[in-house]
Write a protein of this length. Structure first.
Length: 421
């Protein structure tokens, strides 16, 4: 069941990402490294604030619906109210920061368009969380794949008819509408009916989701800070080259992401058996990650160089440096989900923050000296740091659990005190 769910979700996401990658190559080749760097900067800048439009609600819903499936309607009602609140706050922060930090008029308009698409897309996230919590992995995969396919089709249409940075960013708006409506329709078919009135007790849900929000924000910052730093420490050409390599890696990462998303509700529904199920999953995911890494390093870098063309000289080298993150993510994503299932989200946050600090520190040293290659090397070392912190957290948790188990039998077997005179 677990393998089938993981393969279903990963396959659907990989197929969708395959189309998205094809569109990305067309966009990159048509725009050139400079314009593609601006386009990537707009998207990266927007995604830095997208966690505020999520606030960890999806991860919380997946866990709680998996544990309490009969409370799905109540949880969804509260989550929708909370989602609107945090989405408006996130979009406001995005617009303020964008207009304060970016002097370029094109970048500002692009951020405004991306913010509109981000808000629309965020409204479908609670429904996606319910689907995964109910372990309706196939339905979730269909929703994800459909949104990606529509996004890819629209991007190809724009690049063929009227290419331009802002026209490409504008695609996020219709895609956002679809990303909200499709999961809602799929959840409606399951019989889960959210209340149409605002739930004033949604504040409690927001309090519970705070650790997940911090984790989501850390992940977004961790994933995109290298592009932002590269844009300010080097040129837009370096950003374009690095973004092109990172886009390919991002497409391949749907495999560990899909496996982790399918594994999470299974772990959350039975925390007692979570570690055993995780060991079973890692027994086949890690060899798969090793195979992907080897293929990416050897023929993959040459293929990427050919795909993007002469204007992206060095993209193959950046891709080869980033390739080990495929194997590391095959380990890191399931380990992070295990910590969340065991209600130890703060440990997962510590791991991501460790990787983020490592990435930022190395970027300031390596980017001025090595350009986009330095950004790629920083990202890979940061991912290794995350793996080390996650492993240490889980090992420490195992020792504490073992210690509690050892103490309890001793206390129970201790003879009762003799109270007779």
């Amino acid at each position: 069941m677990l393998i089938r769910n993981a393969l279903s979700l990963s396959s659907a996401r990989l197929a969708a990402k395959g189309m998205a990658f094809f569109a990305a190559v067309l966009v990159a080749r048509r725009l050139g490294a400079g314009d593609y760097g601006q386009y990537s900067l707009i998207l990266a800048f927007s995604l830095l604030f997208s966690y505020l439009a999520d606030f960890g609600l999806v991860s919380l819903l997946v866990r709680e619906v998996a544990c309490e499936p009969f409370q799905a309607s109540d949880l969804l009602s509260r989550a929708l109210t909370a989602q609107v609140t945090v989405s408006l706050a996130g979009i406001s922060a995005l617009l303020c920061a964008g207009f304060l930090l970016e002097p370029s008029g094109l970048i500002r308009i692009g951020i405004l368009l991306a913010a509109a698409g981000l808000f629309l897309e965020s409204l479908g996230r609670p429904f996606s969380g319910v689907l995964l919590g109910q372990q309706r992995v196939l339905a979730s995969a269909v929703a994800t794949a459909t949104g990606s396919i529509v996004n890819t089709t629209l991007l190809i249409g724009v690049i063929l008819v009227r290419p331009g940075v802002l026209n490409l960013v504008l695609v996020t708006i219709p895609v956002g509408v679809l990303s909200a409506l499709l999961p809602a329709a799929l959840v409606w078919r399951t019989g889960v009916r959210p209340s149409m009135s605002l739930r004033l007790d949604a504040i409690r849900l927001l309090q519970q989701s705070l650790p997940f929000a911090i984790l989501a924000g850390s992940l977004v910052l961790y994933d995109r800070i290298d592009i932002v730093l590269l844009a300010h420490l080097k040129s837009s050409v370096d950003v374009g080259i690095y973004a092109a390599a990172d886009r390919v890696i991002e497409g391949l990462l749907v495999i560990p992401a899909g496996i982790g998303a399918a594994l999470y509700p299974t772990l959350a529904s039975n925390p007692v058996q979570a570690r055993r199920r995780l060991r079973f999953a890692l027994s086949w995911t890690l060899p798969l990650g090793l195979l992907l890494t080897v293929l990416a390093v050897l023929p993959g870098s040459q293929l990427v160089e050919l795909l993007f063309g002469a204007r992206y000289s060095g993209v193959g080298a950046a891709f080869a440096i980033l390739a080990p993150t495929l194997l590391l993510q095959m380990l890191n994503i399931p380990l992070a989900y295990l910590l969340q299932a065991e209600r130890r989200t703060w440990s997962a946050i510590a791991a991501v923050l460790g990787g983020l600090l490592t990435n930022v520190a190395l970027n300031f040293v390596l980017i001025p000296a090595m350009g986009f290659r330095g950004a790629a090397l920083s990202a890979t070392i940061a991912e290794l740091t995350v793996a080390g912190v996650l492993a240490a957290s889980l090992r420490l948790g195992s020792r504490r659990a073992h210690h509690r188990i050892q103490i309890a039998p001793a206390a129970l077997s201790e003879p009762a005190p003799n109270i007779t005179p």
